[in-house]
Design a protein around this ligand. Structure first.
Ligand code: SF4
Ligand code: SF4
Length: 104
């Protein structure tokens, strides 16, 4: 199993902001695009995944239990910041540490 499928810490640590063109129906949507109802408008050029800017962030699209077994409910349509983030990212281990997981 991919290590991320038993982690999910980044989906429950950081704000996830992107341009509204990646929303469903947008010109640069991946797959079906991100459902608008899963986002909040921040500025005319920024939308945010719901749940990612709270004191204990957790993206609304994250299913499962962090550190055990997780999945993204909109994986094929997830926005660009999620596509750019992986285990090579410097913030990966910060997120894991935040959730009491060992560094990779
Ligand atoms: S914090 Fe790192 S290991 Fe965990 S899901 Fe994100 S990229 Fe994968
Ligand atoms: S959209 Fe999916 S990959 Fe991106 S933060 Fe939310 S649960 Fe994680």
């Amino acid at each position: 199993m991919n290590v991320c499928q038993s982690c999910g810490a980044c989906c429950a640590s950081f704000r996830v902001d992107f341009h509204p063109v990646e929303l469903a129906g947008g010109a640069f949507a991946w797959g079906q695009g991100v459902p608008k109802e899963m986002t909040l408008p921040v500025t005319p050029a920024i939308v945010r995944m719901c749940g990612t800017d709270t004191a204990e962030p957790r993206c609304v699209a994250l299913a499962g239990e962090v550190g055990k077994a997780v999945a993204c409910n909109i994986y094929d349509a997830r926005p660009s910041p999620c596509r750019e983030f992986d285990v090579e990212h410097a913030a990966c281990n910060r997120a894991r540490q935040r959730h009491g997981l060992l560094p990779l």
